[in-house]
Design a protein around this ligand. Structure first.
Ligand code: 3HC
Ligand code: NAI
Length: 696
């Protein structure tokens, strides 16, 4: 008997207890154990079977680590069918999370009971696949087609109460999963309840599946798995029999299993969990953080304060003047009112968070007791150094002093204090209470427990924290600057900004680079360009149309005009016709003869620039692993999750082809298109970026 499933008898009931920590994933040993348990129960003459999980949860799904490897018997679909076909009464008792294959095992059972805190769902589409063990056939038979489509295409977890309402569980009872399962099974036996196989229930009603397919594909920006899942649910309604529906589900499942998107999404799943596991943090305890200071209550400071308050920590925010104090408080209250409106906090919490939990002052002495401070004042080294000097004299020993700078040198900021070991970069993204990414920037003298504290704060704020070394723009902004330049070059050479935006959206980004510029404010980037101009390498090509637009006072959405024109009350903008004139003038001044670019070439250049810079960032040790870059781009820059990140995408495309294209582009501009040494090395060695993820 498999050790992953313990077989026990309670009178006429055979009890199958899953013990495969941490989440009782349905790996091969668990499947073998369940099959053997059902067979033994039948041979021994038991009358019913109870299935439940030990520890945190019922089964959280198939074992994702087995994907892409040779299949091992029994397969999950066969197991589910075998459970359903058993002549004994099979009861599942759920607690924790019954997800994916886990819920499918429950749906194959004849009766289902759950504790009130249990959550269940079919989240397979988030891994690039679809429920492949009968979930797309059984769930609509129980919950109806519309409800099943919604749950399966969103991957949403539903509460036990909602599952009861939808008919997915038969009963919700508080208590120990074993005990409530046993008492339900006994009750069913006593009243002589019949076996009840979901597969034998009538086919669910048909809906307009083509419309559902199109809507889901559009919503997923090209992600295939949710749309394909619609076709599987369609089979439940239209295949003619349960068995035919299962066959169709299997075929669609295998199609997705072989897709690049499945590889991208599984990479994202594991990378999201691996990103905070750094060898240098092993055994290092973070410092306690019970209160947080924030310096500057502008866009970022207010967002950071909001995030910290929502995580349950009190905030002391320092501003320059009484007016600025009032403005900062107003911004934070506005953010929190948004959270209140969306039901994230109650009225009482709103009052608490804007009352006792928040102090806003002009007086640095208010910071005497805080455990960690995040500075978010103007992006100016002199101002930052002055602020850190004050923090040094007002904060208690051991307080972590963090800067939210986007580009400035954290070592130089740390040198303004007598305690550089306590200084770190915590680079949030705007809006800071919404965006999931946090770059934790390690300066030369940052102490390991200060780094650990940065990661612990990230976790507390429910952010994805990524370690970054120091360079101009850290991981994310540095890479963004490179692909934004590539976008400007193709425009200077003849593509239109609107073609670029459309191509980039077509890849799966929510926005293209020119729309993004309009949203963020073109003046911000203009200022950075002016700052860099004096030290710019003379070999660098410099498109001018961007500056020309700014010189005319058009900064994007905030002025109503940029690359696009924004009408009040309209969502999005329409192309600004003046832009074409500016580009033509720029081309004439620079002696460029514009040419046509295919959409494929626009995308290729954009992505090659991204991958090349990302490879430099990894090669220089700014990012520790390729997966760190991938997570930065996913959580901070809207990179489509279904490609896993730029370096996973690069692996899937083939690194040799990318390098060959970069070398070909270098024939036109060998300053911008300098291949990353790491990329050249990997191609020479026949290795991939993912090999570096596995190195430690
Ligand atoms: N397979 C393998 N490992 C898994 C796993 C799975 N299905 N689910 C979680 N794990 C691992 C995690 O990688 C992590 O490992 P680590 O400690 O080495 O990093 C560990 O279990 C704990 O997971 P979390 O850190 O995520 O723990 P949480 O408590 O935060 O979350 C969870 C628990 C909600 C279950 C979350 O892990 C989760 O969402 N898991 C995936 C669930 C899922 O997608 N199931 C469907 C699988 S596909 C399927 O079933 C196909 C079928 O239809 C044929
Ligand atoms: P902002 O201009 O909106 O806010 C800055 C605030 O700091 C102002 O309210 C100002 O009154 C206050 N301030 C200035 N000097 C001060 C001092 N000595 N003491 C107390 N308060 C002071 O700027 P924003 O956009 O919030 O940026 C702040 C920092 O965050 C910058 O370093 C910026 O580079 C960085 N950042 C900005 C992002 C963005 O998207 N806006 C994203 C990530 C980082």
């Amino acid at each position: 008997m498999s050790e992953a499933i313990l077989y026990e008898r309670e009178g006429s009931i055979a009890v199958l207890k899953a013990q495969n920590p941490p989440v009782n994933a349905l790996g091969v040993e668990v499947r073998k154990g369940l099959l053997a348990g059902i067979e033994r129960a039948e041979q021994e003459g038991a009358k019913a079977v109870l299935i439940y999980g030990e520890g945190r949860t019922y089964f959280a799904g198939a074992d994702i680590r087995e994907f892409g490897k040779p299949p091992q018997e029994p397969s999950l679909p066969d197991l589910c069918n075998r459970i359903e076909a058993s002549p004994l009464l099979v009861v599942s008792s759920m607690h924790g999370t019954a997800l994916g294959g886990g819920l499918e095992v429950a749906l194959s059972s004849h009766y289902r009971v759950a504790v009130p805190s249990a959550k269940m769902g079919l989240p397979e589409v988030n891994l690039g696949i679809l429920p492949g063990a009968g979930g797309t056939q059984r769930l609509p038979r129980l919950a109806g087609t519309e409800a099943a489509l919604e749950m399966i295409t969103s991957g949403r977890h539903v509460s036990a109460a909602e599952a009861l309402e939808k008919g997915i569980v038969d009963r919700v009872v508080d208590g120990d999963p074993r005990e409530i399962g046993l008492s339900y099974a006994r009750e069913l036996l006593e009243k002589g309840a019949a076996r009840r196989a979901v597969g034998e229930m009538p086919a669910p009603e048909a809906v307009d599946f083509d419309a559902a397919y199109a809507a889901v594909l559009k919503k997923g920006r090209g992600q295939l798995s949710p749309a394909t899942a619609v076709r599987a649910v369609q089979a439940a309604a239209e295949a003619g029999s349960f068995e035919e529906g299962l066959k169709r589900e299997r075929a669609l499942f295998m199609e997705l299993m072989d897709s690049d998107q499945r590889q991208g999404l599984i990479h994202a799943f594991f990378a999201e969990r691996a990103v905070s596991k750094l060898p240098e943090l092993e055994g290092v305890s973070p410092r306690d953080v019970a209160s947080v200071g924030v310096i500057g209550g502008g866009t970022m400071g207010a967002g950071i304060a909001t995030a910290v308050l929502l995580a349950g920590l009190p905030v002391v925010l320092i501003e320059m003047t009484e007016d600025a104090v009032a403005a900062a408080r107003g911004r934070i209250e506005g953010n929190l009112r948004g959270a209140l409106k969306r039901g994230k906090i109650s009225e009482a919490q709103f009052s608490e968070l804007t009352g006792a939990a928040l102090t806003v002052s002009t007086d640095y002495t208010a910071l005497a007791q805080v455990d960690l401070v995040v500075e978010a004042v103007f992006e100016d080294m002199d101002v930052k150094r002055e602020v850190f000097g004050k923090l040094d004299s007002h904060c208690k020993p051991g307080a972590v002093l963090a800067t939210n700078t986007s580009y400035l040198d954290v070592d130089e900021i740390a040198a303004a204090t007598s305690r550089p070991q306590d200084v770190i970069g915590l680079h949030f993204f705007s809006p800071a209470h919404v965006m999931k990414l946090l770059e934790v920037v390690v300066a030369e003298k940052t102490a390991p427990e200060v780094l650990a504290t940065g990661f612990a704060l990230g976790k507390r704020l429910k952010k994805v924290a990524v370690r970054s070394g120091i360079c101009d723009g850290f991981i994310g902004n540095r890479i963004m600057n490179a692909y934004r330049k590539a976008a400007e070059y193709v425009v200077l050479d003849g593509a239109s900004p609107y073609q670029v935006d459309e191509v980039v959206r077509g890849f799966g980004f929510p926005m293209g680079p020119f729309e993004m510029g309009d949203l963020a404010g073109l003046d911000i980037n203009w200022a950075a360009r002016k700052r860099r101009a004096p030290t710019r390498d003379p070999r660098e090509r410099v498109p001018r149309f961007y500056e020309m637009l700014c010189e005319g006072g058009d900064f994007g959405q905030k002025t109503g005009k940029g690359f696009y024109i924004y009408e009040a009350g309209q969502r999005g903008g329409v192309p600004n016709p003046e832009v074409a004139e500016l580009i033509a003038r720029d081309q004439a001044q620079q002696g460029v003869t514009p040419r046509e670019f295919s959409d494929a070439e626009v995308l290729r250049r954009y992505m090659c620039a991204m991958v090349n810079e990302a490879a430099k960032v990894v090669g220089e040790g700014i990012a520790r692993r390729p997966l760190d870059v991938d997570m930065v781009m996913l959580f901070g820059y809207g990179f489509p999750r279904f490609w896993g990140g730029p370096l996973k995408w690069a692996d899937l495309q083939g690194l040799d082809g990318i390098l060959a294209d970069i070398r070909a582009y270098a024939a036109e501009d060998d300053f911008f298109w300098q291949p990353a040494p790491l990329l050249e090395q990997l191609v020479a060695d026949g290795r991939r970026f993912d090999d570096l993820n596995k190195a430690d």
